[in-house]
Design a protein around this ligand. Structure first.
Ligand code: SAM
Length: 202
């Protein structure tokens, strides 16, 4: 039987092998990240987590949104991705923490928003992890599940066929979020971006 730590090891090996080239592979994604971060509606002084921050591509946009008085934290399971984030100077935009998004070292209701790009497909327990993310967000706070490519285009790139049981298909994701402390408020799945926004329910 496959255990949670096997899943973590698999994720860490997968992303450790890709960390050094990660930003070079997708050099033109900046504007898409900026637009997705805008969907969080952050304000000056806000508190935001980038869950599965990787090399921290979203951190400059998150910092710009909350300003110098805000709080930006990036969490990732793969040390090599965080090392690349620091090498790129993104530790100036946010605190980088090596941690599992399913067990966040953060206080309950301490954040206004969470940004998660390319994370959900890698989670062994999506519902449990989304519940843990909900724990650290205040009621009314916002979650953005983003990918700078749509589901169909990503499947084609990976040589897969999209099936109705896909986690991020609209009805599946709506139900998953509803069962883990969130209400989905918008859903966009276009060739060049996937963005689902949800609000933390009480
Ligand atoms: C597809 S990459 C996206 C990285 C970054 N968000 C971006 O948009 O460039 C997914 C990231 O999620 C991280 N990750 C996967 N499972 C995780 C978990 N349970 N907790 C924290 N990070 C995780 C991986 O290590 C990897 O860096």
């Amino acid at each position: 039987m496959r255990s949670m730590s096997d899943d973590h090891t698999h994720v860490q090996e997968f992303f450790t092998a890709r960390a050094a080239d990660w930003d070079r592979r997708f050099p033109d994604d900046g504007p898409a990240y900026a637009a997705a971060v805008a969907g969080l509606g952050l304000r000056e002084g806000g508190r935001v987590l980038d869950a599965g921050c990787g090399t921290g591509r979203a951190l400059p946009w998150l910092r710009a949104a909350v300003g110098p008085s805000g709080v930006v934290v990036g969490v990732d399971l793969t040390a090599a991705m965080l090392r690349e984030a620091a090498r790129a100077g993104r530790d100036r935009d946010g605190a980088l923490l090596l941690a599992d998004a399913a067990a966040l070292p953060l206080r309950a209701s301490s954040l206004d928003a969470v940004f998660a790009a390319g994370l959900v497909a890698h989670l062994p327990d999506p519902a449990g992890t989304l519940r843990e993310i909900a724990r650290v967000v205040r009621p009314g706070g916002v979650l953005a599940l983003f990918h700078p490519i749509g589901r169909a285009a990503l499947a084609a790139r990976q040589g897969r066929t999209l099936t109705p049981d896909d986690l991020r298909a609209e009805p599946n994701l709506r139900a998953l979020l509803a069962g883990s402390g969130w209400r989905m408020t918008s859903y966009t799945d276009e060739d060049d971006r996937f963005l689902a926004l949800a609000t933390r329910v009480n």
